[in-house]
Design a protein around this ligand. Structure first.
Ligand code: NAP
Length: 275
């Protein structure tokens, strides 16, 4: 299965479906990446905080897929925010991954009380210019955080990775991202562990209408709206299912029905959480 890519505002492009890797450990993630690579996954999402970058690197090496066919994202841990600490943070990630660059480096959380995301972003710009990452972006940024970042530096993130699924639809965040030309990437795209969205009768009905699984319907809801989704599974049959979503279409009415599942107030508040 070939996954389409969508353009980023810096001239690069990102595959619309990737593999989430939290909370897989080194040994498990290496196996999962090899299985996923065989199924056509070419986009992998990790983070320093996940403690599995070594396993991600081992899985990539064992997959035999050429580096330039892969899109690898990592995220800077909060401990490395401020001044030029992001340099050491990214260099340590690259060392663990066994790579000389990543495709996308994200600020994992804004940590607004620390007030260091702007200086961190200036270092990210430098890291991109040095070729240690092709693109730079953010994660869990609210519209106000983006305004500060862009206002202070003039450099717009390529991506904002946020919690987003049919229960947590983040309308304001998506509109703000779009207004700046930032691609929105969905974490917990099928609702995370315990994924209650998959138990919804609305999803079950649409799954029956389309002859697809509940997970495929939800992932299709993401990609048809121009979102990037990074579902995680340790289960080979689900890995196969999750990437087989580019051969069917949901109708506008089906998309709207799914969007109605939104539960206002659900989801993390990144002014209060993060690391
Ligand atoms: P998710 O991908 O929405 O859901 C993962 C859960 O769904 C697992 O329990 C998985 O079980 C199950 N699952 C996967 N495919 C399925 C299918 N087709 N049918 C039924 N169940 C299925 O949630 P997530 O792992 O929280 O988020 C995805 C990725 O986003 C993470 O792995 C991580 O890379 C990233 N993330 C980023 C942040 C951030 O702050 N930027 C925060 C959280 C996560 P099995 O594994 O047992 O199959």
């Amino acid at each position: 299965m070939t996954v389409p890519s969508i353009p980023l505002n810096d001239g690069t492009a990102i595959p619309q479906l990737g593999l989430g890797t939290w909370p897989l450990d080194d040994a498990e993630v290496s196996d999962v990446i090899q299985t996923a690579a065989g199924l056509g996954y070419r986009h992998i999402d990790t983070a320093a905080k996940y403690g599995n970058e070594k396993g991600v690197g081992a899985g990539i090496a064992a997959s035999g897929i050429a580096r330039d066919e892969l899109f690898v994202t990592t995220k800077l841990d909060g401990a490395f925010q401020g001044d030029d600490r992001a340099i050491a943070g990214l260099e340590a990630s690259l060392d663990r991954l066994g790579l000389d660059h990543v495709d996308l480096l994200l600020i994992h959380w804004p940590l607004p009380k620390r007030g260091e995301f702007v200086s961190t972003w200036r270092t990210f710009i430098e890291l991109r210019d040095r070729g240690l990452t092709r693109s730079i972006g953010v994660s869990n940024f609210k519209p106000a955080h983006l305004e500060t970042l862009i206002g202070e530096t003039g450099v717009v993130p390529a991506v904002n990775q946020i919690e987003l699924n049919p229960l947590v639809i983040r309308t304001a965040e998506r509109a703000a991202n779009a207004s700046h030309g930032i691609v929105t990437e969905s974490w917990s795209p099928i609702g995370g562990d315990g994924a209650s969205v998959l138990d919804s009768p609305v999803i079950a009905t649409i799954a029956e209408e389309t002859g697809k699984s509940a997970g495929q319907v939800v992932l299709r809801w993401h990609v048809q709206q121009g979102l990037v989704a990074i579902p995680k599974s340790r289960t080979p049959s689900r890995l196969a299912d999750n990437i087989a979503i580019f051969d069917f279409e949901l109708t506008d009415a089906q998309l709207a029905e799914i969007t109605k599942l939104a539960q206002p107030g659900l989801g993390v508040d990144s002014d209060l959480t993060g690391h």
